[in-house]
Design a protein around this ligand. Structure first.
Ligand SMILES: CC(C)(COP(=O)(O)OP(=O)(O)OC[C@H]1O[C@@H](n2cnc3c(N)ncnc32)[C@H](O)[C@@H]1OP(=O)(O)O)[C@@H](O)C(=O)NCCC(=O)NCCS
Length: 299
């Protein structure tokens, strides 16, 4: 560990110390995110703990007063998330202390995160650069309007385990790096569809239980029409229930589709990066674009 980061921090009457996020009671983590109005269930925290690493700030009597996590995607890149400080301790330096510890653990890696308004200044002070907004869209899903039939040669169907390698290869250009571990785990816990043209994947989508209902993401496709074609069956499956989509698209056909499905913009965060080559990929010949994120923490 970087010696410049103190092991303890005095905040008001509290003395805080670091502990591994994996070692604390799940219910304490759940209570922390509820305290800042986040929708995560205890199961969602557990899911994140299985995929990532992190620290919590514990006070003298072992209460969890803050958290910060990172999710490695290979050796050189990680996404950061779950940065929370208990409301009664905010603006006293706790988040900065946690972030400095996480940055020391991730030394040498390029990093990406999705920053809330409250956290943007902190990340800027740590040299993160704002790239683009993310629109958190959510609501009671409505069955989307019918559209034209798919062109001949195209088929939308549920993904099978044998499709996973193709999904991993397809996804990398949109996400910025290959993320086999996360996609495998998401695949196990999600409803997954693929769009195939002559048996070749040209879009995929996943949805899973999260927070107040379900989240639709990731969605990656070669074109917006194909993204909508693989998003549609999830909206149909969750019609009448709470659904969330995190997307970089505020306008255009994908954004219109999301709005028409009863999912207006609820909040906006900002994708920020530190290091080279880790922004989301841009559209290009044969390259997948990420239309919806798996989550704000995992990107
Ligand atoms: C964002 C959050 C983690 C900040 O925690 P914190 O412990 O108050 O942060 P710190 O005291 O370490 O402050 C770090 C910097 O952010 C600034 N800051 C803190 N809260 C702020 C706010 N609400 N608005 C603007 N700036 C803020 C501080 O002034 C400080 O800036 P400085 O280093 O230039 O002095 C906390 O407000 C929180 O948990 N919010 C809800 C969850 C959330 O949005 N998490 C971020 C996810 S990306």
């Amino acid at each position: 560990m970087d010696r410049k980061i103190p092991d303890t921090l005095h905040v008001d009457a509290f003395q805080m110390r670091f502990a591994d996020v994996a070692a604390v009671d799940l219910e304490q983590l759940h209570a922390l995110s509820i305290a800042v109005g986040w929708p995560h269930r205890a199961e969602d925290w557990q899911y994140l703990r299985e995929l990532g690493h992190g620290f919590v700030a514990l006070d003298d009597i072992d209460r969890v007063m803050g958290s910060a996590m990172w999710f490695p995607h290979g050796e050189h890149f990680a996404t950061l998330g779950m940065l929370i400080t208990s409301p009664r301790l905010q603006t006293n330096g706790t988040a900065k202390w946690l972030m400095q510890r996480v940055l020391a653990e991730c030394a040498g890696m390029s990093l990406r995160l999705n920053a809330t308004r409250a956290a943007r200044r902190l990340y800027r002070s740590l040299d993160f650069v704002a790239q683009r907004p993310v629109f958190q869209c959510q609501g009671m899903a409505r069955k989307p309007a019918e559209t034209e039939e798919l062109q001949s040669g195209y088929e939308v169907r549920q993904l099978r385990a044998s499709d996973l390698d193709a999904v991993i290869a397809f996804d990398g250009s949109g996400f910025a790096v290959s993320r086999p571990v996360h996609l495998t785990r998401l695949f196990e816990s999600s409803l997954c569809y693929g769009l195939f043209r002559d048996e070749k994947l040209s879009a995929y989508s996943m949805s899973r239980a999260f927070g107040r209902g379900h989240v639709l993401g990731p969605v990656a496709a070669l074109s917006v029409e194909e993204a909508i074609a693989v998003a549609r069956p999830h909206v149909e499956a969750h019609a009448g229930h709470f659904l969330r989509v995190d997307t970089h698209f505020e306008t255009g056909p994908f954004a219109s589709f999301v709005q028409q499905c009863g999912l207006p913009i609820f909040d906006t965060v900002t994708t920020m990066t530190l290091g080279e080559g880790v922004d989301y990929g841009i559209a290009g010949e044969g390259r997948a674009v990420l239309f919806a994120l798996a989550s704000q923490s995992m990107g």
